[in-house]
Design a protein around this ligand. Sequence first.
Ligand SMILES: NC(=O)c1ccc[n+]([C@@H]2O[C@H](COP(=O)([O-])OP(=O)(O)OC[C@H]3O[C@@H](n4cnc5c(N)ncnc54)[C@H](OP(=O)(O)O)[C@@H]3O)[C@@H](O)[C@H]2O)c1
Length: 196
Amino acid sequence: MEHIAIIGKGSVGRALDQRFKHAGFEVVFGTRTQHGNDEHPVGDAIAACGVIILALPYLEAVQLVSDYAIELVGKIIIDVTNPLASDWSPLPMNNGSAAEVIASRAERAIIVKSFNTIFADVMARAENGSTTFIASDDSNAAALVLELANAAGFAPVFVGPLVQARHLEALAHLNIAIALGQNGGTSARFQFERLG
Ligand SMILES: NC(=O)c1ccc[n+]([C@@H]2O[C@H](COP(=O)([O-])OP(=O)(O)OC[C@H]3O[C@@H](n4cnc5c(N)ncnc54)[C@H](OP(=O)(O)O)[C@@H]3O)[C@@H](O)[C@H]2O)c1
């Protein structure tokens, strides 16, 4: 059974913790300060787990993977981040993506983009079934994350190499634009459906 470290105990971190714990996985948090038994210094959480979920703001995530590049060698990183400015607008990524920047800073880790298109409010719901897209250059890591997502009650869809994160981050920006600009709220989701 995979041990999962979630870096960041905000809305997304807590929602994914619920889903993965419910599915029977061992989950620990990597946090800047420790208050509960499940909260550990980031380096300890990374050392204890093979799968690391980045559930913190994008720029903080870039700094963190740079700081822990050595500790992250060989680990599977699930990048949940969206590159957002403080007003929720997209940060300019120069035709790249947050996932590719993170991959460039943690060169010897294996990066998988997933869960970034689902609002935390939706992730937190039991009996989830929400589509989570998966992009990675590493087919074994993608298959593992697909298995984890499935076990946690999501409906995973592999979309190809990490470069596809550009589209996944754009999809998240659209979700946010509907939620904020069109009063859509965060109890909404994109579902992928193949018609027979
Ligand atoms: N909210 C959503 O619906 C949603 C959906 C999909 C993806 N995302 C993405 O997921 C990420 C997390 O979003 P969120 O809504 O969960 O944010 P959030 O509620 O603001 O929580 C962010 C967490 O990150 C922690 N953090 C920041 N810097 C850190 C560091 N250097 N080391 C350890 N922890 C650190 C913060 O801890 P402190 O208490 O120490 O500040 C906080 O607990 C973001 O990149 C966001 O774009 C969000």
